[in-house]
Design a protein around this ligand. Sequence first.
Ligand SMILES: NC(=O)c1ccc[n+]([C@@H]2O[C@H](COP(=O)([O-])OP(=O)(O)OC[C@H]3O[C@@H](n4cnc5c(N)ncnc54)[C@H](OP(=O)(O)O)[C@@H]3O)[C@@H](O)[C@H]2O)c1
Length: 386
Amino acid sequence: MTRRISILGATGSIGSSTLDLIERNPDRFEVAAVTANSNVDELAAIARRTGATLAVIADETKYSALKEAVAGTRCAVAAGENALIEAAQAEAELVIAAIVGCAGLRPTMAAIEAGRTVGLANKEALVTAGSLMTETARRKSVDLLPVDSEHNAIFQCLAGESTDQIERMILTASGGPFRTWTAERIDAATPDQAVAHPNWSMGAKISVDSATLMNKGLELIEAHHLFGVSADRLDVVVHPQSAIHSLVEFVDGSMLAQIGPPDMRVPIAYVLGWPERIATPVPRVRLADLGRMDFEEPDLQRFPALRIAREALAAGGAAAVVLNAANEVAVELFLANRIKFNDIPAIVEQALNRHSGPSPASIEDVMEIDRGSRADARLVAGSFCR
Ligand SMILES: NC(=O)c1ccc[n+]([C@@H]2O[C@H](COP(=O)([O-])OP(=O)(O)OC[C@H]3O[C@@H](n4cnc5c(N)ncnc54)[C@H](OP(=O)(O)O)[C@@H]3O)[C@@H](O)[C@H]2O)c1
């Protein structure tokens, strides 16, 4: 039996790695729906190559171009936000949620509502919807399988373990491209320098998040919801070699770690094959070549985003939605060269100070708070823009 997989965000970094594994295993997997935001050429090429049955482009102005580009295939075509929902709910055994940002929230929730197993890369969806998402997954008996390498590592470490015997979860962080830079040098960092991650090849937004360490903050919130662990039992350690992808410490003092190459195809393969493992073509970790593994505390002075995210997690209510929205706005401005690198956490912190409110009670609430927080963050950013 082949397993039918839909990929939301098929043209991105996670989408490409997923497709690479699927196409290497044609006897095990076939492609159902694929989506993109605006990259018609790549989406059409994927649909043609894989025999996908539905291709959806979020940007409605690109509908005709997509239709033309897949003409002559059996692939149906649709466009717009509602069509993303249709793609998320298309007949499939597994949906890889790999849209970047809060834009992925509605489609990811739609996949869960439809009872599809979800491979979750789109961390912003879980950060913003939190317990709304995990409760829906529980109600629908849906497995949320973590694609994010840290959470996937923890998921692997937890296999066969009982959750009441966990003492701590420790997320590893590479430290990003500016780990050894002075605060002054970091302040002058350019977008090109920020996206040049030392160990991982990823999309632009998550690369900037890795450089500020906001990515680790979002991951703390993600881990809290995914594994039901309180904030005081979630730690971060900087591990520049990115060989250990995270650890679990148990009540007896034992620690389990997952080690693997810094290639997203490893965690994605675990999700695609789960509960079995499938082979990957990635170069193996040679421990003797690695030689040593280093660990250090994160520097919250030079990288305040991690502290700010922790505070948002502790504050609860709507804070995680505000944090995420303000960060998305600030990262976009930084990538457009409108603000400096250190303005990103400053804008997020100021946006958080302007907004407090109860936890969203529905996805509509989340989207409403997201919209308001973006507007707030743009206002705040005005005084930073050049
Ligand atoms: N890359 C990694 O190694 C990695 C690791 C762990 C977790 N993640 C998480 O996985 C998610 C995807 O990351 P990525 O690095 O793969 O991002 P990416 O390379 O930027 O790809 C993003 C994908 O989402 C689509 N998209 C963007 N905006 C959209 C919108 N408004 N509506 C619908 N689709 C939209 C893009 O389509 P177009 O191509 O048309 O723009 C593309 O297919 C993020 O949440 C990230 O945090 C990534």
